[in-house]
Design a protein around this ligand. Structure first.
Ligand code: B12
Length: 254
Protein backbone atom coordinates (compact mmCIF):
# COMPACT_ATOMS: atom_id res chain seq x y z
CA UNK A 1 0.00 0.00 0.00
CA UNK A 2 1.75 3.31 -1.07
CA UNK A 3 2.14 5.94 1.66
CA UNK A 4 0.39 9.31 1.38
CA UNK A 5 2.45 12.47 0.96
CA UNK A 6 1.67 13.50 4.55
CA UNK A 7 3.08 10.23 5.84
CA UNK A 8 6.44 10.54 4.05
CA UNK A 9 6.95 14.29 4.52
CA UNK A 10 7.43 15.95 7.88
CA UNK A 11 5.95 19.36 7.08
CA UNK A 12 6.74 20.71 10.54
CA UNK A 13 10.43 20.65 9.52
CA UNK A 14 9.71 22.79 6.48
CA UNK A 15 7.92 25.42 8.53
CA UNK A 16 10.61 25.39 11.23
CA UNK A 17 13.23 26.12 8.57
CA UNK A 18 11.14 28.99 7.19
CA UNK A 19 10.87 30.53 10.67
CA UNK A 20 14.63 30.41 11.08
CA UNK A 21 14.95 32.18 7.73
CA UNK A 22 12.51 34.92 8.69
CA UNK A 23 14.36 35.65 11.93
CA UNK A 24 17.70 35.97 10.16
CA UNK A 25 16.22 38.22 7.45
CA UNK A 26 15.02 40.71 10.04
CA UNK A 27 18.40 40.86 11.76
CA UNK A 28 20.11 41.41 8.40
CA UNK A 29 17.95 44.39 7.47
CA UNK A 30 18.47 46.15 10.80
CA UNK A 31 22.24 45.73 10.49
CA UNK A 32 22.25 47.53 7.14
CA UNK A 33 20.99 50.95 8.24
CA UNK A 34 18.52 52.73 10.49
CA UNK A 35 16.90 54.14 7.32
CA UNK A 36 13.66 52.23 6.68
CA UNK A 37 13.92 52.62 2.89
CA UNK A 38 17.44 51.18 2.80
CA UNK A 39 16.33 48.40 5.13
CA UNK A 40 13.49 47.62 2.73
CA UNK A 41 15.96 47.33 -0.19
CA UNK A 42 18.06 44.79 1.75
CA UNK A 43 14.94 42.90 2.84
CA UNK A 44 13.70 42.92 -0.77
CA UNK A 45 16.94 41.25 -1.88
CA UNK A 46 16.73 38.69 0.93
CA UNK A 47 13.08 37.97 0.10
CA UNK A 48 13.77 37.90 -3.65
CA UNK A 49 11.07 40.57 -4.08
CA UNK A 50 11.83 42.56 -7.26
CA UNK A 51 8.92 45.00 -6.74
CA UNK A 52 10.05 45.82 -3.22
CA UNK A 53 13.63 46.41 -4.38
CA UNK A 54 12.52 48.54 -7.34
CA UNK A 55 10.10 50.70 -5.36
CA UNK A 56 12.52 51.35 -2.52
CA UNK A 57 15.54 51.84 -4.78
CA UNK A 58 13.62 54.59 -6.60
CA UNK A 59 12.76 56.19 -3.26
CA UNK A 60 16.30 55.84 -1.89
CA UNK A 61 17.87 57.41 -4.97
CA UNK A 62 15.97 60.64 -4.26
CA UNK A 63 18.23 61.40 -1.30
CA UNK A 64 21.08 58.86 -1.31
CA UNK A 65 24.15 58.42 -3.49
CA UNK A 66 23.76 55.47 -5.91
CA UNK A 67 26.85 53.89 -4.31
CA UNK A 68 24.99 53.81 -0.97
CA UNK A 69 22.18 51.89 -2.68
CA UNK A 70 24.73 49.48 -4.19
CA UNK A 71 26.33 48.92 -0.76
CA UNK A 72 22.83 48.12 0.56
CA UNK A 73 22.16 45.62 -2.24
CA UNK A 74 25.51 43.93 -1.46
CA UNK A 75 24.56 43.79 2.25
CA UNK A 76 21.28 42.06 1.33
CA UNK A 77 23.14 39.54 -0.81
CA UNK A 78 25.61 38.91 2.02
CA UNK A 79 22.63 37.87 4.14
CA UNK A 80 21.42 35.58 1.33
CA UNK A 81 24.88 33.98 1.24
CA UNK A 82 24.65 33.30 4.98
CA UNK A 83 21.18 31.78 4.60
CA UNK A 84 22.52 29.52 1.85
CA UNK A 85 25.56 28.54 3.92
CA UNK A 86 23.28 27.76 6.90
CA UNK A 87 21.12 25.51 4.73
CA UNK A 88 18.05 27.75 5.10
CA UNK A 89 17.96 28.89 1.46
CA UNK A 90 18.10 26.65 -1.60
CA UNK A 91 18.78 27.44 -5.25
CA UNK A 92 15.30 28.88 -6.10
CA UNK A 93 15.43 31.47 -3.29
CA UNK A 94 18.98 32.45 -4.20
CA UNK A 95 18.07 32.91 -7.87
CA UNK A 96 15.10 35.12 -6.91
CA UNK A 97 17.39 37.16 -4.66
CA UNK A 98 20.03 37.67 -7.34
CA UNK A 99 17.34 38.73 -9.85
CA UNK A 100 15.96 41.22 -7.33
CA UNK A 101 19.46 42.58 -6.73
CA UNK A 102 19.97 43.10 -10.47
CA UNK A 103 16.78 45.21 -10.70
CA UNK A 104 18.16 47.59 -8.05
CA UNK A 105 21.66 47.56 -9.54
CA UNK A 106 20.35 48.65 -12.95
CA UNK A 107 18.50 51.59 -11.41
CA UNK A 108 21.53 52.64 -9.35
CA UNK A 109 23.74 52.38 -12.43
CA UNK A 110 21.35 54.57 -14.46
CA UNK A 111 21.41 57.15 -11.67
CA UNK A 112 25.22 57.28 -11.75
CA UNK A 113 25.19 58.12 -15.44
CA UNK A 114 28.52 57.68 -17.22
CA UNK A 115 30.73 60.22 -18.87
CA UNK A 116 30.60 60.37 -22.66
CA UNK A 117 34.36 60.41 -23.15
CA UNK A 118 35.79 57.04 -22.16
CA UNK A 119 38.81 56.94 -19.86
CA UNK A 120 39.92 53.45 -20.90
CA UNK A 121 38.72 49.96 -21.83
CA UNK A 122 38.10 47.11 -19.40
CA UNK A 123 37.29 43.52 -20.44
CA UNK A 124 35.35 41.65 -17.72
CA UNK A 125 34.22 38.04 -17.42
CA UNK A 126 33.31 35.14 -15.10
CA UNK A 127 35.59 32.13 -15.25
CA UNK A 128 35.01 29.20 -17.60
CA UNK A 129 32.40 26.92 -15.98
CA UNK A 130 31.23 29.57 -13.52
CA UNK A 131 27.83 31.28 -13.71
CA UNK A 132 28.14 33.33 -10.49
CA UNK A 133 28.02 36.84 -11.93
CA UNK A 134 26.69 39.09 -9.17
CA UNK A 135 30.08 40.44 -7.99
CA UNK A 136 31.21 40.91 -11.60
CA UNK A 137 28.00 42.79 -12.43
CA UNK A 138 28.41 45.11 -9.45
CA UNK A 139 32.04 45.85 -10.33
CA UNK A 140 31.07 46.38 -14.01
CA UNK A 141 28.30 48.84 -13.07
CA UNK A 142 30.69 50.89 -10.93
CA UNK A 143 33.49 50.90 -13.52
CA UNK A 144 31.10 51.77 -16.38
CA UNK A 145 29.46 54.56 -14.37
CA UNK A 146 32.88 56.06 -13.73
CA UNK A 147 33.52 56.65 -17.42
CA UNK A 148 35.24 53.47 -18.68
CA UNK A 149 34.22 51.40 -21.67
CA UNK A 150 33.33 47.96 -20.26
CA UNK A 151 33.30 44.95 -22.54
CA UNK A 152 31.34 42.45 -20.47
CA UNK A 153 31.88 38.95 -21.85
CA UNK A 154 29.39 37.49 -19.37
CA UNK A 155 29.67 34.18 -17.51
CA UNK A 156 31.29 30.83 -18.23
CA UNK A 157 33.72 32.33 -20.73
CA UNK A 158 36.37 30.09 -22.35
CA UNK A 159 39.95 31.22 -21.70
CA UNK A 160 40.82 31.89 -25.36
CA UNK A 161 37.80 34.20 -25.78
CA UNK A 162 39.03 36.34 -22.91
CA UNK A 163 42.53 36.65 -24.38
CA UNK A 164 41.11 37.44 -27.82
CA UNK A 165 38.82 40.18 -26.45
CA UNK A 166 41.70 41.82 -24.58
CA UNK A 167 43.84 41.79 -27.73
CA UNK A 168 41.12 42.86 -30.20
CA UNK A 169 40.04 45.79 -28.02
CA UNK A 170 43.51 46.80 -26.89
CA UNK A 171 42.11 46.75 -23.33
CA UNK A 172 43.85 48.57 -20.48
CA UNK A 173 42.59 46.08 -17.90
CA UNK A 174 41.09 42.59 -17.84
CA UNK A 175 39.10 41.18 -14.90
CA UNK A 176 37.89 37.74 -13.89
CA UNK A 177 35.43 36.55 -11.25
CA UNK A 178 35.24 32.99 -9.84
CA UNK A 179 33.09 31.75 -6.98
CA UNK A 180 34.10 28.10 -7.23
CA UNK A 181 37.40 26.44 -6.37
CA UNK A 182 36.94 24.28 -9.49
CA UNK A 183 36.80 27.25 -11.89
CA UNK A 184 39.39 29.71 -10.61
CA UNK A 185 42.29 27.77 -12.18
CA UNK A 186 41.15 29.35 -15.49
CA UNK A 187 42.81 32.60 -14.34
CA UNK A 188 46.33 31.16 -14.23
CA UNK A 189 45.74 29.70 -17.71
CA UNK A 190 44.56 33.06 -19.10
CA UNK A 191 47.57 34.83 -17.58
CA UNK A 192 49.92 32.29 -19.15
CA UNK A 193 48.19 32.59 -22.55
CA UNK A 194 48.51 36.38 -22.42
CA UNK A 195 52.19 36.14 -21.46
CA UNK A 196 52.82 33.72 -24.33
CA UNK A 197 51.44 36.39 -26.67
CA UNK A 198 53.71 39.03 -25.13
CA UNK A 199 50.81 40.85 -23.42
CA UNK A 200 51.33 42.64 -20.09
CA UNK A 201 47.73 43.76 -19.39
CA UNK A 202 47.03 43.77 -15.63
CA UNK A 203 44.55 41.00 -14.76
CA UNK A 204 42.35 41.78 -11.73
CA UNK A 205 40.81 38.64 -10.23
CA UNK A 206 38.08 38.48 -7.56
CA UNK A 207 35.16 36.39 -6.34
CA UNK A 208 34.40 34.33 -3.26
CA UNK A 209 36.64 31.36 -4.08
CA UNK A 210 39.65 33.44 -5.02
CA UNK A 211 42.41 34.34 -2.57
CA UNK A 212 45.18 36.89 -2.68
CA UNK A 213 47.75 34.09 -2.36
CA UNK A 214 46.37 32.35 -5.45
CA UNK A 215 46.13 35.44 -7.64
CA UNK A 216 49.62 36.63 -6.73
CA UNK A 217 51.03 33.18 -7.58
CA UNK A 218 50.93 33.95 -11.33
CA UNK A 219 52.29 36.89 -13.34
CA UNK A 220 49.83 39.68 -14.33
CA UNK A 221 47.45 38.78 -11.46
CA UNK A 222 46.19 41.49 -9.06
CA UNK A 223 43.72 40.48 -6.35
CA UNK A 224 40.55 42.48 -5.51
CA UNK A 225 38.07 41.61 -2.77
CA UNK A 226 35.72 44.61 -3.10
CA UNK A 227 33.83 45.62 -6.23
CA UNK A 228 34.42 49.31 -5.53
CA UNK A 229 38.23 48.79 -5.84
CA UNK A 230 37.63 48.17 -9.55
CA UNK A 231 37.24 51.88 -10.32
CA UNK A 232 40.65 52.88 -8.92
CA UNK A 233 42.24 49.82 -10.49
CA UNK A 234 40.79 50.73 -13.92
CA UNK A 235 42.08 54.28 -13.45
CA UNK A 236 45.59 53.05 -12.59
CA UNK A 237 45.73 50.57 -15.45
CA UNK A 238 44.44 53.14 -17.95
CA UNK A 239 47.08 55.62 -16.89
CA UNK A 240 49.73 53.00 -17.68
CA UNK A 241 50.51 51.49 -14.27
CA UNK A 242 52.18 48.07 -14.68
CA UNK A 243 50.72 44.91 -13.15
CA UNK A 244 53.75 44.72 -10.84
CA UNK A 245 53.11 48.23 -9.49
CA UNK A 246 49.38 47.53 -9.17
CA UNK A 247 50.12 44.36 -7.21
CA UNK A 248 52.49 46.28 -4.93
CA UNK A 249 49.79 48.91 -4.38
CA UNK A 250 46.80 46.64 -3.76
CA UNK A 251 48.13 43.31 -2.49
CA UNK A 252 50.08 42.28 0.58
CA UNK A 253 51.54 39.12 -0.88
CA UNK A 254 54.37 39.85 -3.35
C1 B12 B 1 24.19 33.40 -5.43
C2 B12 B 1 24.79 32.01 -5.48
C3 B12 B 1 24.40 31.19 -6.55
C4 B12 B 1 23.45 31.62 -7.66
C5 B12 B 1 24.23 32.47 -8.69
C6 B12 B 1 23.38 33.56 -9.31
C7 B12 B 1 24.23 34.51 -10.10
N1 B12 B 1 23.65 35.04 -11.14
O1 B12 B 1 25.38 34.80 -9.77
C8 B12 B 1 22.97 30.24 -8.22
C9 B12 B 1 21.76 29.82 -7.44
C10 B12 B 1 22.63 30.20 -9.71
C11 B12 B 1 24.15 29.36 -7.82
C12 B12 B 1 24.46 28.19 -8.47
C13 B12 B 1 25.49 27.34 -8.05
N2 B12 B 1 26.26 27.47 -6.95
CO1 B12 B 1 26.30 29.07 -5.86
N3 B12 B 1 26.27 30.39 -4.54
C14 B12 B 1 25.68 31.54 -4.47
C15 B12 B 1 25.99 32.19 -3.11
C16 B12 B 1 24.78 31.94 -2.20
C17 B12 B 1 26.27 33.69 -3.11
C18 B12 B 1 27.37 34.13 -4.10
C19 B12 B 1 27.28 35.63 -4.31
O2 B12 B 1 26.64 36.08 -5.26
N4 B12 B 1 27.86 36.43 -3.40
C20 B12 B 1 27.74 37.89 -3.42
C21 B12 B 1 28.70 38.52 -4.45
C22 B12 B 1 28.54 40.04 -4.42
O3 B12 B 1 30.03 38.16 -4.05
P1 B12 B 1 31.26 38.01 -5.06
O4 B12 B 1 30.84 37.58 -6.40
O5 B12 B 1 32.33 37.23 -4.38
O6 B12 B 1 31.77 39.54 -5.25
C23 B12 B 1 32.44 40.27 -4.23
C24 B12 B 1 33.97 40.20 -4.27
O7 B12 B 1 34.43 38.90 -4.51
C25 B12 B 1 34.36 41.22 -5.29
N5 B12 B 1 34.47 40.87 -6.73
C26 B12 B 1 33.95 39.84 -7.43
N6 B12 B 1 34.27 39.93 -8.72
C27 B12 B 1 35.00 41.07 -8.87
C28 B12 B 1 35.58 41.65 -10.01
C29 B12 B 1 36.29 42.84 -9.88
C30 B12 B 1 36.87 43.47 -11.07
C31 B12 B 1 36.44 43.45 -8.60
C32 B12 B 1 37.19 44.70 -8.46
C33 B12 B 1 35.87 42.84 -7.47
C34 B12 B 1 35.16 41.68 -7.61
O8 B12 B 1 33.34 42.22 -5.18
C35 B12 B 1 32.17 41.74 -4.52
C36 B12 B 1 31.97 42.49 -3.20
O9 B12 B 1 32.04 43.87 -3.35
C37 B12 B 1 27.26 31.40 -2.66
C38 B12 B 1 27.41 31.21 -1.14
C39 B12 B 1 28.45 32.11 -0.55
N7 B12 B 1 28.56 32.05 0.75
O10 B12 B 1 29.16 32.84 -1.23
C40 B12 B 1 27.09 30.05 -3.39
C41 B12 B 1 28.34 29.29 -3.86
C42 B12 B 1 29.32 30.25 -4.52
N8 B12 B 1 27.77 28.39 -4.85
C43 B12 B 1 28.32 27.21 -4.85
C44 B12 B 1 27.92 26.13 -5.71
C45 B12 B 1 28.65 24.82 -5.47
C46 B12 B 1 26.97 26.31 -6.73
C47 B12 B 1 26.45 25.25 -7.70
C48 B12 B 1 27.46 24.25 -8.25
C49 B12 B 1 25.29 24.56 -6.96
C50 B12 B 1 24.68 23.36 -7.63
N9 B12 B 1 24.78 22.27 -6.92
O11 B12 B 1 24.16 23.47 -8.73
C51 B12 B 1 25.86 26.13 -8.82
C52 B12 B 1 27.00 26.55 -9.79
C53 B12 B 1 26.70 26.53 -11.19
C54 B12 B 1 27.92 27.06 -11.97
N10 B12 B 1 28.36 26.28 -12.92
O12 B12 B 1 28.43 28.14 -11.72
C55 B12 B 1 29.41 27.10 -3.81
C56 B12 B 1 30.83 27.11 -4.39
C57 B12 B 1 31.76 26.19 -3.59
C58 B12 B 1 33.18 26.32 -4.00
N11 B12 B 1 33.96 27.05 -3.23
O13 B12 B 1 33.58 25.80 -5.00
C59 B12 B 1 29.06 28.30 -2.85
C60 B12 B 1 30.27 28.94 -2.13
C61 B12 B 1 28.05 27.74 -1.82
C62 B12 B 1 28.66 26.71 -0.89
N12 B12 B 1 29.10 27.09 0.29
O14 B12 B 1 28.74 25.56 -1.24
N13 B12 B 1 24.83 29.91 -6.77
Amino acid sequence: MPKSLNEVSDFSNIFTRYDIGAAVQKRGAEDVSTDKVLQAIATGVVDGDEDMVLENTNKALENNEPTKVIDTLIAGMREVSKLWDDGVYYLPQVILSSDALMVGLEKAEDAMGGKAEKKGTVVMHCAHGDIHDIGKNIAAALIRANGFKVIDLGSDVPEDEVVKAVKDNNANLVTGTALMTTTMSAFAKIAQMMKDEGMTTPFVCGGGAVSEEYVTSFDLGVYADQAKQGVEMATDASSGMSWEDMRAKYNLVM
